[in-house]
Design a protein around this ligand. Structure first.
Ligand code: SF4
Ligand code: SF4
Length: 194
């Protein structure tokens, strides 16, 4: 399933324009985070993706990781002190120092089976927000797709096919930095809304 109104061809064109030049040549401000071409591909996937609310990720995900800022957002959302939220809902990740995991998983304590949704949707951790197109932003790591997610493969397939067609247009090699920046910003906005 693809998001209604989101045409894979248009998104493929946006992606090709956004990656015609690297971030370093477009965002000269020092504070601007730099993203790789793989990051923009991941953002384009998010634009196309529609969650089918099957609940698989929330009922089988293990581990479900949280960053410190995720724990702080959770505490604020639940209106409890941070140390209480950390104690009640998280455990230190055994493999990643400084990283927390949700304590109650399979299913996640915050999954609502009746509504087939997340009870803390606005405060869900970053790892849930970027699922199923996981990976570390800022690296060249390829996009990791969770095959248990029914929407993810479909999204990747649609985008890959659309990219093949769009690449035939030679116009992407002669875009101005301003134009490239505009398309990068379109995709970057996706991270604000997931
Ligand atoms: S926090 Fe919400 S989105 Fe994340 S696994 Fe739990 S129920 Fe699912
Ligand atoms: S596995 Fe995929 S489709 Fe199913 S609830 Fe999770 S994100 Fe949505």
């Amino acid at each position: 399933m693809i998001k209604p109104g989101n045409d894979p061809k248009e998104i493929a064109v946006t992606l090709l324009k956004a990656t015609a030049l690297p971030d370093e040549q477009v965002f000269t401000e020092l504070a601007e985070p730099k993203y790789t071409a793989v990051d923009y591909y991941r953002m384009a996937c998010h634009l196309l993706f529609v969650c089918q609310r099957c609940g698989t990720c929330c009922t089988t995900g293990d581990p479900i990781r949280l960053r410190r800022e995720d724990a702080a957002r959770l505490a604020k959302h639940l209106k409890i002190p941070l140390n209480k939220a950390v104690k009640k809902y998280t455990l230190p990740d055994p493999d990643k120092p400084g990283v927390l995991d949700f304590k109650h998983i399979r299913p996640c304590k915050f999954y609502d089976p009746e509504a087939k949704g997340c009870k803390i949707y606005a405060a869900r951790p970053w790892s849930c927000r970027i699922f199923p197109f996981l990976g570390i932003y800022g690296s060249e790591d390829r996009v990791k797709v969770n095959e248990s997610c029914p929407g993810s493969m479909q999204t990747m397939k649609a985008l890959t096919a659309a990219l093949e067609g769009a690449r035939k247009d030679p116009a992407f090699s002669s875009l101005s930095p301003e134009k490239v920046k505009l398309n990068k910003e379109l995709l970057r906005n996706v991270l604000e809304t997931i």
